[in-house]
Write a protein that binds this ligand. Sequence first.
Ligand code: MGD
Ligand code: MGD
Ligand code: MO
Length: 792
Amino acid sequence: MLTRSTFIRSVIPGALGLTLFPALAKAASGAGGVTDGKVLVNTSVGPMWLLKTGGKVVGIEPLKQDTFPTPMLKAMPDRLYNQARVHAPMVRRDFLQKREKSDRTLRGTRDFVEVSWDDAAKLVCDELKRVKDTYGNGSLHRGKSSWASNHAHVHRTEPMLQRFLNGFGGSSTFFGNYSNQAITEILATVGWGAPYGASDWPVVKANAKLIVIWGANPLMTTRILSGHYSTAQWASLKDSGIQTILISPNNNETGKALGSRWVPIRPNTDVALALGMMHTLLTENLHDKKFLADCTFGFDTFAPYLTGAKDGTPKTAEWAATITGIPADTIRELARTMAKTRTTIACGWSTQRQHHGEQAPWAVMTLGAMLGQLGLPGGGVSFGMHYADGAFPKADMPVVGGMASGKNPIPDPFPIACLCDAWLQPGKTVRYKDKTITFPNIKLVYTSGGNQFTHHQNTNRVIKAFQAPETIIVQDPWWTPTARFADIVLPAASDLERDDIGQVMNLILASHAAVAPQYKSRLDYDIFTELADRLGFKDKYTEGRTQLDWCRFFYDDAKAKSKAVAMPDFDTFWAGEGIVEFPMGKGTFVHLADYRKDPLLNPLGTSTGLIEITSPTVAKMKLDDCPAHPTWLEPVEWKGSKHADKYPLQLISPHPNDRLHSQLDNTDIRKAYKIDGREPVEINSDDAAARGIKSGDVVRLFNDRGQVLAAAIVTADLMPGTICLHEGAWYDPETPGKIGALDKQGAVNVLTLDNPLTSTFAQATIAGTAICQVEKYGKPAPAVTAYDQPAS
Ligand SMILES: Nc1nc2c(c(=O)[nH]1)N[C@H]1C(S)=C(S)[C@@H](COP(=O)(O)OP(=O)(O)OC[C@H]3O[C@@H](n4cnc5c(=O)[nH]c(N)nc54)[C@H](O)[C@@H]3O)O[C@H]1N2
Ligand SMILES: Nc1nc2c(c(=O)[nH]1)N[C@H]1C(S)=C(S)[C@@H](COP(=O)(O)OP(=O)(O)OC[C@H]3O[C@@H](n4cnc5c(=O)[nH]c(N)nc54)[C@H](O)[C@@H]3O)O[C@H]1N2
Ligand SMILES: [Mo]
């Protein structure tokens, strides 16, 4: 298994690291400030030293403070100079000629023309003005940008674009996210609010006897943003004496690395498992009656549902077994073991990215309440231990601020998972909780730092949606699938080409521009500054600050608030090592301990102040698809649904191990996992044998929504009847721009659905709910061209 030292050996060949790259380059600030030496940067997959020779970035070295560096760090040099970089501003030929009268079905056909920055900026401003003057600000729309720079403080793409559009009078926009919208909304209504709550790792390790990893793959999903504290904690469980159980359709990397006991579960059936366990607890009198009485609301109306008194179906272990595929004895045994053992249930977010995704977290929270260990050291339920540095003991350090997005006067944002519905159906209304939302009349979309063609579900519908607006602008460093569908492509510089402040774990960092913006790219900040200048609101946008002024501004603000450490002045910080270290937290925090001790003095944000097993708020909404207590509701697509005879495999699309979604798919690191250049798809050995599929075969996955090629990995580590294709491979259509085209390399969202959504309660994505069929691809497979420059 990978450890910090094996990682370092694999990144830095031999003595290279120390002889060629002397201790530290002083005065590293500014583009190209160091020709030969090390430059400190912070990225979405963690901080690192970039190693430069002859002015070029040639390698990386992890920080000594990074407790478990991710292999993704290694992709940075190739990411910077990548073959898929956008070299110059580009405009779709037909759009350049005909503007809003262009043939929008030609989007995605990659017929681009290079233009000067001056022409590009003029074109963007003309289009923004035209749409604003003709239809109003509500017809300008901000495309979702999230993971471009979630680590950044100055150059965070989402607020930066918002700030620009808001400065221009506002735009229609969205709310929510693809990550955790269902759990965030349900937990805020019935539980403890944001889904990140977790006890500190030292408490968990000292007290838990059993950790149940439920719908999570924490060794992989903690690889992002941070100094990888949590990855190291997870890895250390292997020899800790703490037992681990993995509940998942696949025996994932975490389960394998920790040697966890794997309980395979049919995807989308976790609510049934939790109900079967709760039925066992109730009928065997193992539930914690005192905790239920003191700290929860509405168990009495839920219990008749469990026993079947309410609907005639007792939620027995046998009942759950037929749905989940887990033997009834195992379900009973899991319930008994957890009741007897100090158990931390560590859930990920996969089970809420599914049809009726509000139910699984609610059901597991209720199970936690019946077990009665919420608020005890090493016990309870956490939905936040799998994410970044989840359960990191909070350090005594100030929060570094970030670029403000300004006020948007345009009302009525829509849930982001409604993207296609909204773009395609202006004026249509949708129910959201007890409200009605009206979709805006979108005419121009501006996206910076988001990749709709990889992140949104049902790609062929996304193509249709992309044919709706008059103008599409995409700002990105690389020729992503989304950039290929734009009218105007503005080349952004990446985070290695700009100055910023970083904050990870207990560190505040100087993130230096390692090189100048490559090719003709420009910093996002500079692009927006120029556009704001042309549109007459530059001062409002910049507040008179350069990027370095902003770094200083946020740093100085943090310095003024710092108590535990006297931070150096900005110039010393910037010119020196660039790392300020704060004392680690004590590591004694126990999630919900105060609440448990006195729920009346420490109420939650729910309507009753208590953990709501039955929720008066949800009841009042009277939603058919989100009842008042956790309920098993069949998903729209699964083993038992319509068309399951035609499409018998349930498709899961977990987050990729060696990518951040679509990011890094274009880099060399893909050679470590792609098979002949194609995305691997895991297929159960029985399912493969029945179809004559062997490992390495190119296979075609298909359903009524689309078709993709991928390369088979035949495995027993996946439940029969399921199939696993990670999200984020770049959509690579055999016929560019064509709806229904064969995707050549495994872009999973070609197969997923974006309607319906979780429920009217959260209207969140159901990326994890889909069925499909797979067959051996009998013909020679077309070459992957996803990362090539489009013809100009
Ligand atoms: N390396 C890496 N890390 C990341 C990201 C990345 O792209 N790459 N993305 C980050 C982001 S933005 C997010 S939101 C988080 C996401 O964090 P999660 O939502 O927790 O991640 P997923 O990979 O979707 O799901 C975790 C695991 O759940 C299991 N699973 C899938 N379906 C089911 C099911 O129906 N039932 C059960 N019981 N288990 C199931 C699979 O083993 C899967 O690997 O990860 C973050 N971390
Ligand atoms: N099937 C399926 N689909 C999913 C998921 C799933 O589990 N299954 N997970 C969902 C989740 S949780 C999430 S968070 C989303 C993630 O979706 P996205 O946030 O779209 O994810 P990324 O692929 O990281 O896209 C970031 C984009 O920003 C660009 N970029 C990077 N740096 C810069 C920069 O400095 N400036 C600019 N302008 N652009 C930059 C990148 O090239 C890329 O196009 O995907 C969702 N989609
Ligand atoms: Mo996410």
